[in-house]
Design a protein around this ligand. Structure first.
Ligand code: EZ4
Ligand code: CO
Length: 402
């Protein structure tokens, strides 16, 4: 079997997605997600100009060799653009292998380690009562794990809160939106949010929160310590993680579990965090961290240190990534939780999928491969529409971490 074509499909059914379709001489094809939020066309060009031509004529069954070829062979290793492109190829090749062997991806990986995958949803509100109402809705839908984000009093805007009544979408059209941030106001307020959740709903749900890299290590330590009574499942991205040793300071002060890594693209981004047991959950995901072949390596390494997975699953990771991730989650022995934000209706139509949601859990389905396809004719009806993540500035105008 040989690869005869590799096409890049850019589409915007409610938000932008980049998809790779790898076609073989036997007509079997595989699909991979190559979406890098806000920098979509860089990956599309990397694939189109530099990767797709190199795939032609290769045996799609040599997944590991093609991964090594694209990683080592480029000379320029790592980085989000490169690793997202490699991930898309890898995902598509695993999809082909599944179709050829007639097996769902999770069986190829070693079979299911659990009956279903626990996912967490997002409850966001402009203030505490609204956030609690959203939290209650998630409980009604069967969620066992819920992330809460809430507007901070006297702050102009806050990350993770949807505009109007729509679902929160981590990208805005028509330029880069500027939002404001005050660590002082946030730190004074946010423990009250968790207290309100536990007061109203008790301790029966896993409570999660994303600090979105806004704190310094000592501020993160203070937050972790202050919220220990509310027993969070995790605080996510408390501080930027380029400096992995920064997390030692957090660890010295608090037992609140830490999740990090949605922006990571290789095992080198989290090697120290994992081996020094500075985190509890690794959030790297298939699309941005080199696909199944590389994420499996990260998860196996993490398992040595009892670090569990908590894959990023925002709506900017396409339904293709969602499908592949659910296979991965169903198999991976050291699974923690999977993020699930849902998708715009149009995206669900463009990407026919075997995965299903059922009362706070998900299953990838049992069709061969990862079970997600793309309707190219429908995709063509949604042209690319540039959108960017917002940026955050301190109240004095200083550009801050998003
Ligand atoms: O900002 O997916 O946990 N989820 C998040 C997301 C990220 C976006 C980045 O593209 O932090 O909303
Ligand atoms: Co996050």
């Amino acid at each position: 079997m040989k690869i005869v074509r590799a096409d890049v499909i850019v589409t915007c059914p409610g938000r932008n997605f980049v998809t790779l379709k790898v076609v073989t001489d036997e007509g079997v094809y595989g699909i991979g997600d190559a979406t890098l939020n806000g920098r979509e066309l860089a990956v599309a060009a990397y694939l189109k100009e530099h990767v797709c031509p190199l795939l032609i004529g290769r045996d799609p069954g040599r997944i590991e060799d093609i991964w090594q070829f694209l990683y080592k062979g480029a000379y320029w290793r790592r980085g989000p653009v490169t690793m997202t492109a490699i991930a898309a190829v890898d995902m598509a090749l695993w999809d082909i292998l599944g179709k050829v062997t007639g097996m769902p991806l999770y069986k190829l990986l070693g079979g299911a380690s659990r009956d279903s995958v626990m996912v967490y949803g997002h409850a966001t509100g402009r203030d505490i009562p609204e956030a609690l109402d959203r939290y209650a809705e998630h409980i009604d839908q069967g969620y066992q794990a819920i992330r809460i984000q809430c507007g901070v009093p006297n702050m102009r805007s806050v990350y993770g809160v949807s505009k109007g009544n729509g679902v929160y979408e981590p990208a805005t059209k028509g330029g880069v939106e500027e939002q404001s941030w005050s660590t002082e106001k946030y730190l004074d307020f946010v423990p009250k949010l968790f207290e309100a959740v536990r007061d109203r709903f008790g301790f029966g749900t896993h409570l999660l929160h994303d600090a979105h890299h806004r704190l310094t290590p000592i501020e993160a330590a203070r937050l972790g310590k202050a919220v220990e009574p509310y027993r969070l499942f995790w605080i996510e991205d408390p501080t930027p993680a380029e400096n992995q040793e920064g997390f030692r300071l957090i660890r010295e002060h608090t037992v609140t579990p830490i999740a990090v890594g949605e922006v990571f693209n290789s095992i080198w981004d989290c090697k120290q965090l994992i081996e020094e047991q500075l985190i509890d959950y690794i959030r790297a995901t298939l699309t941005h961290a080199g696909g199944i072949t590389h994420l499996r390596r990260i998860a196996d390494f993490a398992s040595l240190y009892q670090v569990r997975t908590g894959c990023h699953g925002a709506s900017d990771l396409s339904p293709v990534c969602m499908g592949a991730a659910l296979h991965f989650d169903l198999w991976v022995p050291n699974f923690g939780v999977q993020e699930y934000m849902g998708f715009p209706e149009a995206a669900l139509e463009v990407f026919p999928h075997a995965w299903q949601f059922d009362r706070g859990t998900m299953h990838p389905g049992d069709v061969p491969g990862h079970g997600v396809d793309i309707d190219e004719a429908l995709a063509a009806r949604y042209p690319y529409d540039p959108a960017y993540l917002p940026v955050a500035r301190l109240e004095d105008g200083t550009l801050w971490n998003w």
